[in-house]
Structure formats: C-alpha cells, structure tokens
Ligand binder design. Sequence first.
Ligand SMILES: Nc1nc2c(ncn2[C@@H]2O[C@H](COP(=O)(O)OP(=O)(O)O)[C@@H](O)[C@H]2O)c(=O)[nH]1
Ligand SMILES: [Mg+2]
Length: 265
Amino acid sequence: MSLMNRLNQMKKISVVVPTMNESKNIKEVFPNIPDFVDEIVVVDGNSTDGTREEIKKYRKDTKIIIEQPSGKGSAMKTGFEMATGDLIIMMDADGSHDPAEIPSLLDPILDGFDVAKGSRLLPGGGSADFTPFRRMGNKIFVSMVNFLYDTNYSDLCYGYRAFKKEALDKINCSSNGFEIETEQSILMKKAGLKIKEVPSFEAKRKNGNSNLNSIRDGFKILNVIMKEYLKTFYAINKKKQHIISYDNKVNSDSRRMNTHPNHRS
Ligand SMILES: Nc1nc2c(ncn2[C@@H]2O[C@H](COP(=O)(O)OP(=O)(O)O)[C@@H](O)[C@H]2O)c(=O)[nH]1
Ligand SMILES: [Mg+2]
C-alpha cells in the first residue's frame, strides 16, 4: 500500500519544531513540509529576528508558542504537550533536517513501531554538520548508553524523530536543554518501546550558528546518562533489599511457629 493510502487510514500528524532566531532558515524548511502534515507546532525561544513572522508567511496555520523556561528540551516538552496529532515528528528549523525525510520516519510507525529514530550513522545516513569533536562525543556517549542500557543505537545526540503519541506519553523527560535527545533515547528503552532507527542525512545549518556548546552540553548529556543509570541501580537494589527483608521475615515467622509451645509438627 502506498504511504499516502496508509496515512489516509492513519490519524492526525503533527510536526513540532523548536526555533530560536532562525528567520533566515525558515524559507528552507517550512515550504517543504509535506501537505499530509496536519499540524505544525513551533515553540519559539523568544526570537528577536522575526522568526515567528517569517513562519507565518509560509504556513499561516502554524501554532506558535513562546517557550518557558528556555532551552531546546523545554521547548520540545511544551510542543509535545500542545501537539494534538496521533503521530508526532520532532524536527529542527535550521535546515539541517530535510522535511522530505518525514515519510521514511513515518514508515516504521505505520508498521507498528512506537518510535522512529533518525540516525546519521546508519548506511544511507550521514552528516555535513558533525565537527570532529562532536562526532567523537557522540560516539563515546552512544557507546556508554548501549553498554549501560543494553541498547543497540548507532546514533544518540540527533533529534529528527517520529513518535506515536501514546509512546511520548510514556516517556516523561525532564531535560531542558540539548540533552533531551539522550534522555528520550534512554527513557524509550526503559519504557520498553519498540524503536526503529532510520538513516537520516543532517545538512549543515543553512545560516547562523549552532546554539549548542559542546563542553557545557556534553556534561549535561553525561549527567543524564549517569543519573538515569543510578536511578535504575538504586531501584534494583531497593527491590532486592525488599525481597531480602521479606525472606527474613518469612523465615523468622516460620521459626517462631516451629518453636511455639502449641505448634505440632
Ligand atoms: N525554542 C528553542 N529552540 C532552540 C533553543 N536552542 C536551539 N533551538 C532550536 O533547536 C534546533 C537545534 O538547534 P541548533 O542550535 O541548530 O543545535 P544543533 O543542531 O545541535 O547544532 C534549532 O531549530 C534551533 O533553533 C532554545 O533555547 N529554545
Ligand atoms: Mg542544528
């Protein structure tokens, strides 16, 4: 069945886009969002360069929300809450994510996956925006996540993804910044979601500079990886202790029964 037929059977599709001073890039992105997308939700970080006005030129029906508090992560959380689609795509506004890839992100969801996760590192994917430092950081972090959480991801710090709405409802992210993609990747696995990686090509941002600071945001990513791991570690230990104290109680109860004067064996 063609994608269009499958989409017609399907439900509503929303695209959520975080923006911060991207006015020069809007024309590269918004006119190319396919017509089958029902809703665009932009969460804007108080842009001062006319980003919101520029968006309205191309897609009048875009819902634009001003983010509170600041950061890409908090923008995404707000956008996901406001999106009314059954399928939700997250996409950047700087021209690095090609809207023409939306169908290939939706395909796995229509096949029953909960999440389709764009990957620059699968055959067929790539990046023109990776600095050697970022490539190395991503490689280290993806190896850590795969080791600690028993995942098999090829990419981590990349935010071109599609989700079923119910899947997003199961992952309760708290990150406010660029560590959001890492937190999502970990919580997706913890929630037992069906995840499919899809090759994606990350173009260079068309204009302007990245808002990501490799050192500052690298530490935040590392912090999320360790924090979530420690949460699981303590939860398992607490459960073990609970079982041990329960076993001890059962043993001491049965010893007491055995030594009770009225006890007949
Ligand atoms: N609302 C909001 N959007 C942001 C913020 N920081 C970055 N973005 C948007 O998030 C997307 C990715 O940001 P970018 O600076 O390109 O980071 P990079 O792709 O990791 O280098 C772009 O669409 C930005 O406009 C922020 O603090 N608030
Ligand atoms: Mg970018």
